[in-house]
Each structure stands twice: as structure tokens, then as C-alpha cells.
Write a protein that binds this ligand. Sequence first.
Ligand code: CAA
Length: 380
Amino acid sequence: MDFSLSEEQLMIQQASKDFAQTELLPGVIERDDAQTFPDELLRKMGGLGFMGMMVDEKYGGSGLGTLSYVLAMEELSKVDASASVMVSVNNSLVCWGLETYGTEEQKEKYLTKLSTGEIIGAFCLSEPEAGSDATSQKTTAIDKGDHYVVNGTKNWITNGGRAEVFLVIAQTDKDKGHRGINVLIVEKGMEGFEIGPKENKLGIRGSDTHSLLFNDVKVPKENRIGNDGFGFKFAMKTLAGGRIGIAAQALGIAAGAYELSLKYSKERKAFGTEIANHQAIAFKLADMHTKIQAARNLVYQAAIDKDTGNDYTLSGAMAKLYASEVAMETTVEAVQIFGGNGFVKDYHVERLMRDAKITQIYEGTSEIQKIVISRTILKD
Ligand code: CAA
């Protein structure tokens, strides 16, 4: 497979790298400590086109392909995975579904603001008792003619505290199983809709994660995306693309840890020479480099599949599975290479290690990716 990048893609890669170094790197440790991310910085990202990268320009997006998006995700994630998860959720889980399946009215009302970063969105599938087992939705959306009444709780919702628009998956007809599930656009401030407390997390601490509570929330029928009962398929199709974004995030975290390790190994001395000259360290670097390149090939392949209209469920799942495992392995090794310095915050690698863990969990755990992969290859 030819992964040579176009002029435009190289430019996006460089611009994302520059933005990460000049705007995200300063303060990344403090943001992680304080579990914050300034609105101003997020607005800057919107202004540069990061929040609606794949959305058509007529809806305020950047009109780019998935490969460009993946390149940007990789560069941002090398430095700040909290920033990149906000980008990923807004692009892949919110804008993509709205643009692909939304009505013209829904796109005009929500998509333009979301893709320019004027507002931000959240994707609400997980529940206290429905994480991996996503068809077991307990949140209900009862059909009342011209509106639905939503009741229930959603958990671990990325952007939960700062989003204005929430794509909420809920069960309308339990007897129909996954075919009785809908997806509704819920707006912040709707009566009965409450944002729960912020989670105190191991990693991606700059991004906010909340539970959401729905208590008799009236949602107009025109806020349903797609036909009645389309909600579960909507979630699956959305996540198939979302997983490419998270795979790129994992790749970026791994590559960030590797680049820091390479530089450190050539500077830090032990036993009279730079530690890179010790085979124990050199072999670690060789393993990291090889695995990251293999992960990159899978991630780019999945992005190209999506851009060229091929099925990307399998390639996206493989990319996410492998890149997230490589992110975890690589960041653990990076901390080991840095030794005592790796264990303190100033050197960044401990944060990358903490950030890597979630890539094996959200948007489908590694075990879920293996279900998706094995079912596909066995069916074939
Ligand atoms: N595209 C289209 N349709 C799909 C699909 C896909 N990729 N995957 C499944 N479907 C369809 C199936 O065809 C089936 O429809 P039919 O019966 O009409 O054929 C229907 O969906 C149900 O599929 P399954 O029978 O395969 O369902 P299952 O109960 O066995 O579950 C699963 C499948 C893959 C395990 C799924 O439940 C799953 O992906 N779980 C993980 C959920 C997940 O990723 N959660 C992450 C939360 S979101 C998040 O993390 C966001 C964030 O904030 C960062």
C-alpha cells in the first residue's frame, strides 16, 4: 500500500505539529493536574478547523479526508491526548453522524456550529449497565406522538460538561431489541436534563467526562436522527469510524513517547556513555520504532479504506486494537527508559502512559475489537 502523502496532507501534518508544540505543549502538565482545558484554547482549535475536519465546507467544515484527520490526530496526540479526544469525539462521533444521516434542518441548526467549534458535541451511548454490551440500553425514549420523553442515566460521557449538543441513544421499544433503539439530539438546558459530577480520571484529565441524567426530558420528534429504530445501527456505524480516530490518538501517544525517549537516550549518560549506546536501551527503541510503524500502517490503511469507500469496520477495529496495545507498551517502556525522571511529571512520559490506557477501553475495548475482527473474518 502506498502511503505517500499529498502536498495538502503534509501541510496539515506540519500545521498540526506546530499547533501542538506552540499552543498545546505549554501548560499541558498543569491542565492535566487541574483537570481543565481552557475554552479559549478550544476555540482556537475550532478557528483552525480542527473541530470539523471531515465536514463539507458548506456546513463550516474543512472538507478534508479521513487520512488528513488521522494525521492531525496523531500530531495533536503526541503532545496532548486530552485535546485530541475532544477533537475526535466532535469530528467522528458527532459531526460525522449528523452530516451522514441528519436532515437538512438538523445540519443547518447544529452541524455548522459544531464543525466550526462554536459549540461542541457529545456522544451518549454508555450506561452504568451498558458499556460493552451496548444493546442493553436502559435509557428510554418513549414515543408521545410529536415528541419523545427520555429517562435514564448515561455514564463516562466525553465532553459531557462542556457540550451543547448531545447525541443520545435510547430504547423506544424494548420488545424490538436493538431495532427498537433511537438516537435523539438533546440540547443542553432542556428541562429535566442534568449534567452529573465530573469524573476524576487516571488519564486524559484535561478532557471532561461526566454522567448525564435524564428525567422526563421532552425531545421533539424532529430531533431524531434517521428512521424509527435506527439508533443502534447509527451507533455502530458511527463507532466504526470513531475507532479510526482513537487508533490515530493511540498512535500519536506512542509516537510522542518514542520521540521523547529517542532524544533522552542520546542525551542521558550512564556508565560513561549515552544510554542509547547500551543495547538494553537501543533494543527497546528498535522495538518501539517497529511497532509504531506497523500501527501507523494499520491506521493509515483504515483511513484510506474510509476515504475510498471501502468497508472500514474491520480495518478500523484492527487499527484500534493494535495501535492502543502499542501505545500502552511503548509508554510503559518510555517510562522505563527515563528511569526516575520518567516517574515524575516534568518529563511527560508518565502522563502519556496514563493517557494510553483509555485507548484500550473507550470506543470499544480491545476485547470488543477482537469480537468485531473475529466475527468478520469468520463470516468471510
Ligand atoms: N455497522 C452497521 N451495523 C452494525 C455494525 C456496524 N459496524 N455492527 C453491528 N451492526 C448491526 C448488526 O448487523 C445487527 O443488525 P441486524 O440484526 O439487523 O443484522 C445489529 O447491529 C446488532 O449487532 P450484533 O448482533 O452484532 O450486536 P451485539 O449485541 O452482538 O454487539 C458489539 C455487537 C460489536 C459487541 C457492540 O455491542 C459493540 O460495539 N459494543 C461496544 C460499544 C462501544 O464501543 N462503546 C463505546 C462507548 S462510546 C465512547 O467511548 C465515546 C466516548 O465518549 C469517547
